[in-house]
Write a protein that binds this ligand. Structure first.
Ligand SMILES: *Cc1c(COP(=O)(O)O)cnc(C)c1O
Length: 394
């Protein structure tokens, strides 16, 4: 008998009761705007910022409207110039090159390796070719490169790093949280990321001037003294007339929903990784299929799973995807000619005028991607792996 999987790949867990209670309190107060505070209360947004700064060890934190907004604010704070080249991974999500373009700069793509991390050799070459002084490093799908090696190259070349940690909230490289290597770390709290407020973003940095610039950018209406995880007011006084307001604040409702989830993140990370290992164990040694190697030192949080079908023709991959879908296993493929939903590849970002990267193409042509929501049990994960294994071996 062939078994079929029947559960949804896009079903999140419910928002925790404590978060719902906190959200109700905010709504009953009527004070949803982050600067709508009474007396010396900090408010949910500042508390969230303080807590995330403490969790990551960063000096400063700012909560914003989305992960994409966070990246845009980071680029502007680093005073990116019109047309300036900004290096980024060729394997990432559309909002990453989108943020670079929206800031008026030009995304310049860097190859990805079979392990789905940025190719450091190619990165060095691209730094020389483009003269870039900024790297938007995307820890796409939670794969973390050798951060010591990457930072050594960037520091030596005078390249400032922004980390896109949309898939690495709670993750680390050799014990240092992801987002703490570059000048600025950007996170998303959108529904499909590691904590869920529908939409939202967080930014961390140790640099007082960058932090102040981002607070001003986010639309602080000269109320920056109400931030509890921001630099002292002297820093703002130097900058307040020079930085435009590009509104993108977070509100108390979202922050209230996020705080209990943030506290629970380590436990959720463990649960995600159990699911990841269950799928991985089920696929070990499967015919025609290559698993993604993880690096020693990579403390990942696997909210999704990738594998490769090396050397498969596009038709064979399409067939395989259709057979899996028929059995209820919803897989994404980075090899489609056109963008499909959330899944696109660098050649689809025509506005960036991307040069061909044959090495990256060869990897993306066989790259399969799957969500691992926490609503899946370990038995669900084992079943998904059995179905993929059977269909890949046909
Ligand atoms: C989701 C995502 C973002 C941006 O997040 P939004 O909150 O949707 O703007 C950035 N980078 C990657 C890799 C993502 O997956």
């Amino acid at each position: 008998m062939t078994e079929n999987f029947t559960r949804s790949f896009t079903q999140q867990e419910a928002i925790p009761e404590a978060a719902i209670e906190a959200a109700l309190r905010v709504m009953r107060s009527g004070r949803l705007h982050r600067y709508n505070l009474v007396g010396d209360e900090l408010g949910e947004v500042s508390l969230l910022e303080q807590e995330f700064a403490a969790q990551t060890g960063a000096k400063y934190c700012l909560a914003v409207a989305s992960g994409g907004y966070a990246m845009g604010a980071a680029l502007r704070a680093l005073q990116v110039q019109p047309g300036e080249p900004v290096l980024t991974n060729a394997f990432t999500l559309a909002p990453v090159p989108g943020a670079v373009s929206a800031a008026g700069a030009k995304p310049e793509f860097v190859n990805v390796t079979e392990d789905l991390v940025i190719d450091l050799e190619h990165m060095s070459q691209r730094i020389e070719e483009t003269g870039a002084r900024l790297l938007m490093l995307s820890h796409m799908r939670g794969h973390i490169c050798d951060m010591d090696a990457l930072m050594a190259i960037c520091d030596a070349a005078g390249v400032r790093v922004i980390e896109d940690c949309a898939h690495t909230m709670g993750a680390d490289w050799k014990g240092t949280p992801s987002g703490r290597f570059g000048a600025i770390g950007c996170y998303s709290t959108q529904t499909y990321k590691h904590i869920n407020s529908g939409e939202g973003g967080l930014i961390i940095t140790d640099d007082a001037e960058l932090a102040a610039r981002m607070v001003l950018l986010s639309g602080s209406y000269m109320l920056y003294e109400r931030h509890a995880a921001a630099p002292p007011k002297e820093v703002f006084e130097r900058l307040r007339l020079d930085v435009p307001n590009v509104s993108g604040r977070m509100d108390h409702l979202r922050a209230a929903i996020l705080r209990p989830q943030l506290a629970n993140l380590p436990r959720q990370a463990t649960r995600w990784n159990e699911r990841y290992r269950a799928v991985e164990d089920g696929l070990k040694g499967a015919n025609g299929l290559a698993l993604i190697r993880r690096r020693d030192g990579e403390g990942f949080v696997a909210s999704s799973f990738q594998f490769r079908l090396p050397g498969w023709s596009a038709d064979a991959v399409r067939d395989f995807l259709a057979r899996c879908a028929e059995r209820g296993v919803e897989l994404k493929w980075f090899g489609h000619d056109a963008p499909m939903g959330f899944t696109s590849r660098y050649v689809h970002w025509a506005y960036a005028d991307p040069a061909d990267l044959p090495e990256t193409d060869a990897i993306l042509d066989g790259l399969i991607d799957m969500r691992l929501p926490l609503t899946f049990s370990l038995e669900d994960c084992a079943q998904i792996a059995r179905i993929i294994r059977e269909e890949a071996g046909r």
